[in-house]
Design a protein around this ligand. Structure first.
Ligand SMILES: [Zn+2]
Length: 461
């Protein structure tokens, strides 16, 4: 049990935070379009007395909300975008609320509510105790396309903060210590010359051929790139009909690796492959860089403070109805744990605290928190917000993030965020230790924003 004032503040705000997370769940907005969500969170923070900057870094839905003065300065990173096509009712069978609509299958509605609640709770404790220290809530849009925080990093918005903490919905309460991948996300647009494919093929220059040859080239490239680099692609536009020589085609690539330098190297070579395909076919290619981020490096000092906070607060206990709901969802999932959790996959909702796990390993998933982790010590943790056998980006997760299961995990996360931030503010030595570890991790690494300078966030009408 903890006597933390910030934790008590969350306890008092719990019904409103749960309702807020449900409200955001009912207004799912995909990357860069999070207008309702962003405005809602900003208005709550302004009302509380935070100084809110918006737009930031060319992001209409991005914001920075600041309260307090002096050091340490703790960054709390909220995300809030939804995923296209994952609309789902809060029930244990697959059925969209809005056919074809977006949904919170990654639970970022819970992140929006938890991080906002935590920032407010920290502010209230600092204010009541007349303490020095700054809390900054970053409203980070477009995490699902791995770019919001990268644009914010490029604009220098994280300057002046000492460390960052972030919660993500999970099926365990713990801090996953594995490194996440760095990534580039690029669309290659080929422009050719249209003609009748039967009557005048000699007048045509096929963009579709170019896209196909680029994919062939990329598949040959695979053998000659550093081990562990993954390239995936999908041809999103291959022309309109076989009897028309296509004047436009598009192929969409992701490159992933543990080292940012490997992503950069393969990116350059992939651009050459695209140029070669254009040259072969008499077409032109336009490289449309969608986004990219750095690998995420977790900080052990911060992870330990987070774990200590979890233990002091105590893991959430779920109701028999919630366990039955989760058990029914488990039966719809693949019957094996997805990651090396040393927990029982037969338990529908875990009620233990796992602490730090999977240290020293690497996962090919990515998050744009990677860029923040190259600017200051940063750590992301998870709390139980969905059933044990679900994985993120699934209808089952969307069925939990609008349910009391997700809300219970979200309230726990808000408490952990608030208590961790207070521990760091009260004991600046912890911040110094986290920074010493981070400097060690960053030896020989220079942060260069992966998004080229000419690329700006999209303007959504
Ligand atoms: Zn997510």
């Amino acid at each position: 049990m903890t006597t933390s004032r910030a934790v008590q503040e969350i306890e008092q705000m719990a019904p409103q935070l749960a309702a807020l997370s449900r409200e955001l769940w009912e207004h799912p907005e995909v990357a860069f379009t999070e207008r309702y969500t962003s405005r809602r969170l900003m208005s709550i923070l302004r009302e509380e007395g935070f100084a809110v900057d918006n737009p930031v870094a060319g992001l209409e839905t991005g914001f920075v909300a600041r309260w307090g003065h002096g050091k340490p300065c703790i960054a709390i990173l909220a995300e809030f975008d939804a995923l296209p096509g994952f609309s789902q009712k809060t029930q244990t069978t697959e059925e969209p609320e809005v056919p074809g609509g977006a949904g919170h299958a990654c639970g970022h509605n819970l992140m929006g509510a938890a991080h906002t609640g935590a920032a407010i709770a920290v502010k209230r404790e600092l204010e009541a105790r007349g303490m020095e220290g700054t809390v900054v809530l970053y409203g980070c849009p477009a995490e699902e396309v791995l770019t919001g925080k990268v644009f914010m990093a490029r604009a220098g918005l994280f300057d002046g903060c000492d460390c960052a903490i972030n919660f993500h919905p999970d099926s365990v309460n713990g801090v996953d210590m594995h490194v996440l991948a760095g990534i580039d996300n690029i669309k290659f647009n080929f422009h050719g010359t249209i003609s009748h494919a039967a009557a005048r093929p000699y007048d045509g220059r096929s963009a579709s051929d170019a896209a196909e040859l680029m994919n062939v080239g990329a598949n040959y490239l695979r053998e000659h790139i550093p081990d562990g680099v993954r390239i995936h692609y999908v041809t999103t536009d291959g022309g309109k009909a076989p009897n028309i020589v296509a004047n436009f085609a598009q192929t969409w690539y992701y490159i992933r690796a543990r080292e940012r330098a490997a992503v950069d190297e393969v990116y350059k070579r992939l651009v050459d492959v695209a140029k070669g395909a254009a040259l072969m076919t008499g077409t032109t290619v336009e490289v449309d860089f969608q986004g990219g981020c750095y690998p995420n490096v977790q900080n052990k000092v911060l992870a330990q403070v987070i774990t200590q906070s979890m233990e002091e607060i105590g893991a959430p206990v779920f109701t028999p109805e919630e366990k039955e709901y989760a058990a029914q969802l488990n039966r719809t999932c693949p019957q094996s744990p997805r990651r090396p959790y040393p927990v029982d996959p037969d338990v529908p909702l875990d009620e233990t605290i796992l602490g730090l796990y999977d240290e020293g390993n690497f996962a090919y998933n990515a998050s744009d928190i990677g860029d923040v982790s190259h600017l200051m010590p940063s750590t992301m943790f998870g709390t139980v917000c969905y059933n044990m056998l679900s994985d993120l980006h699934s209808w089952q997760v969307a069925a939990c993030t609008g349910h009391s299961i997700g809300q219970r995990g979200m309230i726990f996360a808000a408490k952990v965020l608030a208590l961790t931030a207070m521990k760091l503010i009260e004991d600046p030595k912890l911040v110094e230790q986290a920074q010493a570890e981070w400097r060690q991790q960053m030896k020989g690494i220079q942060y260069i924003c992966p998004i080229p300078p000419e690329v700006q966030p999209p303007v959504i009408p």
